[in-house]
Design a protein around this ligand. Structure first.
Ligand code: FES
Length: 526
């Protein structure tokens, strides 16, 4: 089996029974904030795009690059489609010209002509990608590969059960706006960033240990930030709180925990994977490439300046009345929302900075009051500050997912009082009736589910499944004194009270081993 690195989470898998192109991403994503690193725009996409199969793991724009898919991927390719709850991915691909689809039943091995086998695991909680993320398992003539990309399954048992895996490709770096955009003192940001960076690595080691593949390929990040306004997010400034470590940092951190089987794929690297081993060739030596990382980024920044400027010029739509636009898009959804609105629990304020860089229009999305209105000098728990032009553009293109556009752009700052609230982001990625209904139904089902099994961790008996997204705490839970951390997403819980310290709601059931009666179980939404 041949695996060609094509940048970020993208790869082309070649076997004698067919080729699969995964997640090709070349054009900047999220308001021209993210670019693939290392640069992959100079690869021979005309031939890379001539494939038998296309697999897009999810709709995040650093995986689903509509322009590139339209222009550079053969429409004869059969799309291997994850079993997602909504038809959005299929609809978007059909609109781009794809017509052949193989809907892979979730977690079932499908045998394709010629003996190529695939299995796709779809993750479908409202916090997995834009309503869905997935991983692809491939087997050909006894060689097995898992392209986990940035999916976060609770464990990898379903793949491990299919036999020993030879190549495991997974995310290790950051892909979010936290903590950089928060209006916090620099020292606090650095401390939070460092914690997050450590947690990302820790989670990666656990997945690697779960699967025990012969070879581990760090993929799906980091992106690079080429706009001058975002340049500081590149991990080239010696900031230990930077959440975007690159593949060479992965190799050195992996070595510290005893990892010796890491293989970095640069765009254009080719790994031949067999049951016996792997041989890899690179377009340039890997160490040399990373030693010249700053020069690579600076050269790319100059080359892409025109692309960024052209994108920026398309954002302003002065004819749009933002308050009226937000009202008509959001208020009907507030009316329909029960769980998400209750989970947010208060007003969310948007401070929109005008073209002059000075004037600010403040708009409140009032979840309890179910309306969008001008800010009325009230206290708010959550506040976002961004350019008005970005929201004008979201309204202009009728964007239903403000996470997969505005928030991932990192072109905003945020402040909050109290804990992180996942419902805020869940709501703003569900600005369509279809998505909102799905998310509401999901929470309804999961909040009602009784999770009865307990495990012992140190001096504590706790429920086995994490109150967040049901990770197995016997694998991901760490107890330190009276605090439990679930390493899957890093959420922390105060065990004596059961309170979640990371997000609103989500109480954990726990009691001391020697306690006579368990503490009462909490409601997930309180
Ligand atoms: S499953 Fe997300 S923190 Fe536990």
């Amino acid at each position: 089996m041949r695996v060609t690195g094509t940048g970020h989470a993208s790869m082309r898998i070649d076997t004698a029974a067919g080729s699969i192109l995964c997640d090709p991403w070349v054009n900047p994503a999220y308001f021209a904030s993210w670019f693939p690193f290392p640069d992959n725009s100079l690869l021979d996409w005309a031939s890379l795009g001539q494939v038998d199969y296309l697999y897009v793991s999810h709709l995040h724009r650093d995986h689903f690059d509509a322009k590139h898919l339209r222009d550079h991927v053969s429409k004869d390719a059969t799309v291997l489609l994850p079993e997602f709850p909504t038809s959005e991915m299929e609809d978007e691909l059909r609109a781009l010209g794809f017509a052949k689809f193989l809907k892979a039943p979730n977690e079932q091995v499908v045998e394709l002509p010629g003996g190529l086998k695939i299995m796709i695991q779809a993750l479908t909680s409202p916090t997995d990608g834009p309503i869905g993320d997935s991983s692809l398992w491939v087997e050909y003539e006894g060689v097995r590969l898992l392209n986990q990309n940035d999916a976060r399954p609770t464990d990898l048992t379903v793949f491990a059960e299919l036999g020993h895996v030879h190549a495991h490709l997974l995310q290790f770096s950051g892909a979010i706006w936290y903590p950089m955009v928060y209006e916090l003192p620099q020292a606090a940001k650095t401390a939070f960033g460092k914690q997050k960076r450590d947690r990302q690595f820790d989670r990666t080691w656990r997945y690697i240990d779960d699967l025990k593949a012969d070879h581990v390929f760090p993929i799906a990040g980091p992106p690079c930030f080429l706009d001058d306004a975002l340049w500081q997010f590149n991990d080239i400034h010696g900031d230990e709180g930077n959440i975007f470590p690159d593949q060479s940092v992965f190799l050195s951190e992996y070595a510290k925990v005893g990892g010796t089987n890491g293989i970095v794929l640069l765009p254009g690297s080719v790994a031949e994977v067999t049951t016996e081993g792997a041989t890899t060739t690179h377009p340039v030596p890997v160490e040399e490439f990373f030693a010249n990382k700053v020069a690579h980024l600076e050269e790319m920044r100059e080359r892409k300046r025109g692309v960024i400027e052209a994108e920026k010029a398309s954002w302003r739509h002065p004819e749009i009345d933002v308050l009226a636009g937000m009202k008509s898009r959001i208020e009907p959804l507030l009316d329909e929302s029960i769980y998400l609105a209750k989970g947010v629990g208060g007003p969310v304020r948007f401070d929109l900075v005008g073209y002059d860089g000075d004037s600010v229009e403040s708009i409140v999305v009032d979840f309890p009051g179910k309306e969008v209105r001008p800010y009325a000098d009230e206290k708010v728990r959550y506040r976002f500050r961004t350019e008005r032009a970005l929201v004008e553009h979201l309204l202009h293109i009728d964007e239903v997912d403000w996470v997969n556009s505005l928030f991932l752009s990192c072109r905003f700052s945020a402040a909050r009082i109290g804990q992180y609230n996942e419902f805020v982001y869940a709501f703003f990625k569900c600005l369509s009736t279809e998505r909102l209904q799905y998310a509401e139904g999901w929470y309804d089902e999961h909040e009602r589910a009784v999770d009865a099994e307990d495990i012992t961790l140190g001096d504590w008996v706790v429920q086995r499944r994490c109150p967040h997204l049901k990770a197995d705490l016997s694998r991901f839970g760490i107890v330190d004194g009276d605090q439990l951390t679930c390493q899957l997403h890093g959420w922390r819980f105060d065990l004596p009270s059961g309170r979640c310290l990371t997000s609103v709601g989500h109480k954990v059931r726990a009691h001391r081993v020697d306690a006579e009666t368990p503490a009462p179980a909490g409601e997930a939404l309180s």
